[in-house]
Design a protein around this ligand. Structure first.
Ligand code: PLP
Length: 366
């Protein structure tokens, strides 16, 4: 596989021809799908921390008969970012990387730092200064050099890119590097396997869209391989405080709207200018899905609701569940997106719980 060439500064697209989505009996976790992942498996698997193959459980809610929760927060570093990070770091090694630079709102930085440690690569991680203390401690514990950047997520990305240029390091960007999505796509393969086919919908939190786009790639590959006969609807959810894509969606626009971000407890999706915005909107549209927003109160209540069901997630990890709860009560009369979401909830729906509450328990507290 070759990374396609694009003008500098634009996200890359992986030109990867899927040969086979098949399960290997000799590998665990997401490496059971090694045939569909464009890195040399014997090298990549040495980096594995046991990522992938997360459990799926019923939501256990009589009002939502076939809504299932996929427990992505049980990943080695506490979020689904491990799927992308292991593939990205494996690919970076084969591309000759000797030092990594990453930027993150927290969980991607933790994941890259952990796999860099496993690979024996020095790693510098830039995060917004306001990132949760638990995530900062985790990144530093893996031995990465943590750099706190004042300002928003865009300032953090700018600082990381400057460091890449200065140090001649490898930019291990979960946003720009296409190999990250080649890891997150395994989420779709596992959903297909655990559901026993395509669900009607998946409900995904969306900031930079690494899970939305990974899921879109994975389901498209399953479809192209003749393993599913339709694409699940992607229901992508943003915080109303930072919703450049939901805003664009409701305006019928093809690229991210210019917005002024307000503070949100959902720090993992506080992305005012998503680099792959147009791709995300196109993927949601192609799946006959919708983009929705949820409020701070809805996110906080969803976190408490999950905790009362025995599931402790960080605020960002409760965003998708907040949309499910909101869709259930919405009248739908004035909001076609919510009506569509409510219709989809009658069918088989998978909701990932993306981030552990142990590093930033905000939404479950109080
Ligand atoms: C990264 C992350 C998200 C969102 O991922 P994007 O790629 O920014 O869309 C959602 N939830 C958690 C817990 C995350 O760590």
């Amino acid at each position: 596989m070759e990374a396609g060439s694009r003008p500098e500064g634009l996200p890359l697209v992986a030109a990867h021809a899927l040969t086979r989505v098949g399960r290997r009996a000799d590998a665990g976790g997401l490496w059971r799908y090694a045939a569909a992942i464009p890195v040399e498996p014997s090298h990549a698997m040495r980096l594995s921390l046991g990522e992938g193959a997360t459990p799926m459980i019923s939501a256990g809610d009589p009002g939502l008969p076939d809504v299932r929760l996929k427990l992505e927060f049980l990943s080695p570093t506490g979020s689904f970012k491990d799927r992308g990070a292991v593939v990205l770091v494996a690919s970076a090694l084969s591309r000759g990387a000797s030092a990594l630079v990453a930027d993150s709102s927290g969980n991607a930085g933790s994941a890259i730092a952990a796999y860099a440690a496993r690979a024996g690569l020095p790693c510098q991680v830039f995060v917004p200064a306001a990132t949760s203390p638990g995530k900062r401690a985790q990144i530093a514990a893996y031995g990465a050099e943590l750099v706190l950047v004042p300002g928003d997520r865009t300032a953090t990305a700018d600082a990381a890119r400057a460091a890449v240029r200065e140090r001649d390091a490898f930019y291990a960007s979960h946003v720009y590097d296409p190999y990250f999505l080649q890891g997150t796509k395994t989420f779709a393969f596992e959903v297909w396997e655990q559901v026993g086919g395509a669900p009607d919908a998946v409900v995904l939190p969306c900031g930079n869209g690494t899970l939305v786009l990974g899921a879109a790639i994975g389901f498209r590959e399953l479809h192209a391989a003749g393993l599913i006969d339709r694409l699940p609807a992607l229901i992508a959810v943003q915080s109303a405080a930072c919703a450049p894509l939901s805003t664009a969606w409701s305006q019928g626009a093809a690229s991210a709207a210019e917005i002024t971000a307000e503070p949100t407890a959902a720090e993992g999706i506080a992305i005012p200018r998503p680099a792959r915005g147009a791709e995300i909107l196109a993927a949601v549209r192609a799946s006959a899905g919708v983009m929705l927003t949820v409020s701070e109160d809805e996110i906080a209540e969803a976190g408490r609701d999950l905790a009362r069901r025995g599931l402790l997630v960080e605020p960002t990890g409760a965003v998708a569940w907040a949309a499910v709860l909101a869709a259930r009560v919405s009248s739908g009369a004035d909001a076609p997106g919510w009506q569509r979401a409510r219709d989809l909830l009658e069918g088989t729906v998978v909701v990932p719980l993306c981030g552990s509450g142990l590093k930033s328990p905000g939404s479950a507290a109080g």
